[in-house]
Design a protein. Structure first.
Length: 97
């Protein structure tokens, strides 16, 4: 099992998105965080489950929300570079890789 670590800006994206969903409907922000945690835990167990995306970066979509975790498999961890919306600002995260 690998350890999953979020880039500081990916962590901010996670929090901002949860707050956005929570402002839309009570409990929806928590649902988003639960889904992101489920995906991150899956990555810890099976790091190569995500599809190759760009170079060494892989992508794994959340089920219920239009977001994916973009991550890189490193020697000692799974490093999440971005919590990316499927239709907004493509490529904004590339300087993190």
């Amino acid at each position: 099992m690998s350890r999953v670590e979020f880039h500081p800006l990916a962590d901010e994206e996670l929090t901002a998105t949860a707050l956005f969903y929570e402002s839309r409907a009570p409990g929806l922000g928590a649902d988003f965080l639960d889904e992101a945690e489920r995906v991150a835990n899956g990555l810890a167990e099976l790091p190569e489950v995500g599809a190759a995306f760009r170079g060494s970066v892989r992508r794994l979509a959340l089920r219920r929300f239009p977001y994916s975790l973009l991550y890189r498999i490193e020697t000692d961890r799974i490093y999440v570079l971005a919590v990316m919306h499927h239709r907004r600002r493509p490529g904004y995260w590339t300087d993190r890789a």
